[in-house]
Ligand binder design. Structure first.
Ligand code: CP
Ligand code: NVA
Length: 331
């Protein structure tokens, strides 16, 4: 029986049961197949979606716009300099106003409390498109990509290597625990995820049959992994930490040596993107020269190899975000 998620927010995957997450993934698979077959059901016809962005975005913004247009909705981009959010107008008042005009609100920004306040006062579904703490819509795309590759999720060994306490690590920890995956984080002690979150997820993993391992040893983290995942070493808003992060995360770079150490010929590579894998990025060249790096979190011979599914993963942002909007707002 389909789940009724109408009217629900998506602030973190903590708020969704394993069955609800699987329901969203199956809906995304259907919507993806429909789109490939040229079937557009216009589930969001006449709906208006507000897209509030305090931080930059390529995938999340474009995925929301494309998904909205595919389903017959209008999406309005509201950048940080376009509206008064939290400056001349409180977040609560902006939420009250936008909720009178729009049917759903996407927020990407800094403080997680901003998206919580929007959800409290908007009166329409609010979706978190990344905060400093969580990135739930990305994890839905990651899970869909893993399911496409392995035809299953439960028991899959997913190893995240890098900054172990950023929004991606937190959200993967939640998603993997909910689904009953064998989840590992390889990260220095100084970047371990918060103990409260790990303890909370360990309780969930006990129920779902999942496993959680946090280790300082990147090789232990990836041993036998089906999926190796990494993210940038320095997230948006944390630019002042560049030097210390490079120093402490250098041993966690996903290069061929680390990748092949899984001893699993079927290991795939995922990254939420954007990735610092070459010198062509604007900040890349200078940083790479200063620190004598050839790459940061992942090398070209991994991210551009056939084991890398990052482009499928990026495309899946559209299908999973569409599923979230259709499920919480559709007809
Ligand atoms: N993965 C992701 O959220 O990408 P953007 O920052 O480009 O939206
Ligand atoms: N951890 C990264 C994710 C980008 C999608 C950041 O917050 O910048």
């Amino acid at each position: 029986m389909p789940f009724n998620l109408r009217g629900r927010h998506l602030l973190t995957l903590k708020d969704y049961s394993p069955e609800e997450i699987l329901f969203l993934l199956k809906l995304a698979e259907k919507l993806k197949a429909d789109k490939l077959a040229g079937i557009f059901s216009e589930n969001l016809k006449h709906k208006n979606i507000a897209l509030i962005f305090e931080k930059a975005s390529t995938r999340t913004r474009c995925a929301f716009v494309v998904a909205a247009v595919d389903e017959g909705a209008h999406a309005e981009f509201l950048g940080k300099n376009d509206i008064q959010l939290g400056k001349k107008e409180s977040v609560a008042d902006t939420a009250r106003v936008l909720g009178r005009m729009f049917d759903g609100i996407l927020f990407r920004g800094f403080s997680h409390s901003t998206v919580e306040t929007l959800a409290e006062f908007a009166g329409v579904p609010v979706w978190n498109g990344l905060t400093d703490t969580y990135h739930p819509t990305q994890v839905l795309a990651d899970l869909l990509t893993i399911r496409e590759q392995f035809r299953m999720l439960k028991g899959i060994r997913l190893a995240y290597v890098g900054d172990g306490r950023n929004n991606m690590a937190n959200s993967l920890l939640i998603g993997a625990s909910k689904i009953g995956m064998d989840f590992r984080i390889g990260t220095p002690k100084s970047l371990y995820p918060k103990k409260e979150l790990v303890d909370e997820m360990k309780l969930i993993a006990e129920e779902t049959g999942g496993k959680i391992l946090i280790t300082e040893d990147p090789y232990q983290a990836v041993a036998g992994a089906d999926v190796i995942y990494t993210d940038v070493w320095v997230s948006m808003g944390e630019e002042s930490t560049f030097e210390e992060r490079i120093k402490c995360l250098k041993p966690y770079q996903v290069n061929k040596k680390l990748f092949e150490s899984t001893k699993n010929p079927k290991t795939i590579f995922l990254h939420c993107l954007p990735a610092f894998h070459d010198r062509k990025t604007a900040v890349g060249e200078e940083i790479f020269q200063t620190y004598g790096l050839e790459a940061m979190e992942v090398t070209d011979d991994v991210i551009l190899s056939s084991a890398s599914k990052v482009w499928d993963e990026a495309e899946n942002r559209v299908h999973t975000i569409k599923a979230v909007m259709v499920a919480t707002l559709g007809k």
